[in-house]
Design a protein around this ligand. Structure first.
Ligand SMILES: [Zn+2]
Length: 81
């Protein structure tokens, strides 16, 4: 399967590959993982935008701020934590 992806990668953009893989990938989860790894929305194939912000957190009893990163599709609202 990875060899096929390598061949496709030369010719297609990630969202096109995701659409093609949809026909062949054994599970939805694997397809979703591939799509997310390549910043493609598994829902509508638009580009996922990376968003990050800081949230207060606790680290060994100390107050710290923790960077939280998530991916969001601006087209359909799909989010990845
Ligand atoms: Zn989407």
């Amino acid at each position: 399967m990875n060899e096929i992806i390598d061949i496709l990668r030369d010719k297609l953009i990630p969202s096109e590959i995701v659409e093609l893989l949809k026909e062949y990938y054994p599970t939805q989860e694997e397809l979703d993982n591939y799509a997310i790894d390549h910043f493609v929305c598994p829902n509508c194939y638009n580009r996922l935008m990376s968003k990050s912000w800081y949230e207060p957190s606790e680290y060994f009893g100390m107050q710290v701020t923790e960077e939280v990163v998530s991916l969001e599709c601006e087209s359909c609202g799909y989010t990845v934590d």
